[in-house]
Ligand binder design. Structure first.
Ligand SMILES: Cc1ncc(COP(=O)(O)O)c(C=O)c1O
Length: 427
């Protein structure tokens, strides 16, 4: 009997790998930030030297082979300053994939532009070149492409379209820290790469974000946009000096990352590659067993990806793989078997309950334009992805090979008992 219906669960209550991962070194980094008495880059440097948030920005740029990196308080803020740095505002349209978190769309509204939703590939949930081309208009200035869950958007196609159409490309890599495409880190293929470093992300610091770019002009603008028009001193500040110098060239806001958060990230970043390697090994174990379960497949990964970073591991369901049961029912049954959350993707943006710009007067008119731009178009790719994908947090891949056996056993068990999930099959 399924655990959902009172049967014994596959996992039997055994624990999963803990996330986030930390140890005494993490505690030492945090304490060092605490004792520095410098909790913010906006505060002066009591002992001199660069702030931790500046050091993290530099280290994160190096990690991604980018020229410049900027630390911010959230991925959402990174999106806003990226758009602002590119000069996007009222009268402009920005293409956003229908399958993503709300932030790419709300960031476009926050700078006064109109988010134009584009359908996505039904198998990967990512924007593809054809869907992008289909929604470009004379008002389109930029596109935010999102590398989703455990794969990457077809960057060669996207870059070809942005090149043809003269659009700025922002890569949202919040779910793909360290993914590499043909030898280069994602986030470096367009003008700016943005990252959320939120608690669940594969590089996590609770609430945090970052942006990377190779362009000096965009770097300098983003620095000021995120620190109320202040940029760094040329080198490290001397003891007792401020590190942020007033430039007063743009209207900015305060999206600065706290020094305590930056300390956490300086501890976490050097761990990321080993974690990626372990997740990839476990993903391969899972993918070795998946073909034995009819109707289940891995999410396709473009051939040009030479390292995939997993944020949420996705399994693709062939229609009917679990009989008439919905993906939500299957996910609930698997969660009960495994004692860790298995879930479908969130609803796509064209029907997301979280996307409510009409509730704020300053966004309502532009949102009405966005809705009108979406009228008459369908989002069958996004809908298909939503209804035929199972996701698991990347931390389930940070343990033993036996964990993978449990996942495979649970998938097989739920599939075998799928009729019990079908409301019509419940006697
Ligand atoms: C693709 C994507 N973009 C942006 C964000 C927003 O990041 P944050 O929550 O750090 O503001 C997220 C967060 O989950 C995300 O997944």
């Amino acid at each position: 009997m399924l655990a959902l219906h009172g049967g014994a669960s596959v996992r039997g209550g055994r624990a999963w790998p803990r996330w986030p991962q930390y140890d005494n070194r993490t505690a030492a980094e945090l304490l060092a930030a605490l004792h520095s008495s410098r909790w913010s880059v906006t505060w002066y440097s009591p002992r001199g030297g660069k702030s931790r948030e500046r050091l993290f920005g530099e280290a994160f740029a190096r990690y991604n082979d980018a020229a410049y990196g900027i630390s911010v308080d959230h991925g959402s803020s990174a999106l806003v300053i990226a758009l602002e740095a590119l000069g996007i505002g009222p009268g402009d349209e920005v293409v956003v994939p229908a399958m993503t978190w709300v932030a790419p769309a709300t960031a476009v509204l926050r700078v006064g532009a109109v988010p134009v939703l584009a359908d996505v590939d039904p198998d990967t949930g990512c924007l593809a070149g054809d869907e992008l081309r289909a929604v470009v208009s004379p008002r389109t200035r930029a596109v935010i492409v999102v590398h989703l869950a455990c794969t990457a958007a077809e960057l060669d196609d996207i870059v070809a379209v942005t090149g043809d159409e003269g659009l700025a490309l922002i890569e949202d890599c919040s779910q793909a820290h360290g993914t590499r495409w043909a030898g280069r880190a994602v986030g470096t293929f367009g003008a700016i790469g943005v990252f959320s470093l939120g608690a669940a992300k594969s590089l996590a610091a609770g609430e945090a974000g970052a942006a990377i770019t190779d362009r000096r002009d965009l770097y300098e603008r983003m620095l000021m946009l995120r620190a109320d028009s202040r940029a760094y001193t040329e080198g490290a500040p001397a003891a007792g000096e401020f590190e942020l110098v007033e430039q007063a060239t743009v209207m900015g806001a305060n999206y600065c990352m706290s020094e305590l958060t930056a300390g956490l990230l300086l501890d976490q970043l050097p761990r990321l590659d080993d974690q990626h390697a372990l997740r990839e090994a476990r993903a391969k174990d899972l993918e070795a067993g998946l073909p034995d379960i009819p109707g289940l497949e891995r999410i396709p990964v473009p051939a040009a990806v030479d390292r995939r970073a997993v944020y949420e591991y996705g399994i693709r369901l062939q229609p009917g793989a679990f009989g008439l049961a919905s993906v939500d029912q299957v996910a609930a049954a698997l969660t009960a078997e495994l004692g860790t959350k298995v879930y479908p993707p969130r609803d796509p943006l064209h029907r997301s309950a979280l996307l409510r710009p009409q509730t704020k007067p300053r966004f309502a008119r532009r949102w009405a334009e966005a809705v009108e731009r979406a009228t008459g178009r369908d989002f069958t790719g996004a809908d298909h992805y939503r209804d035929h994908t199972l996701l698991m947090h990347h931390s389930v891949l940070l343990g033993e090979r036996a964990d993978i056996d449990d996942i495979l056993t649970a998938l097989d068990k739920v599939r075998t008992h799928a009729a019990a999930l079908d409301p019509k099959g419940l006697a």
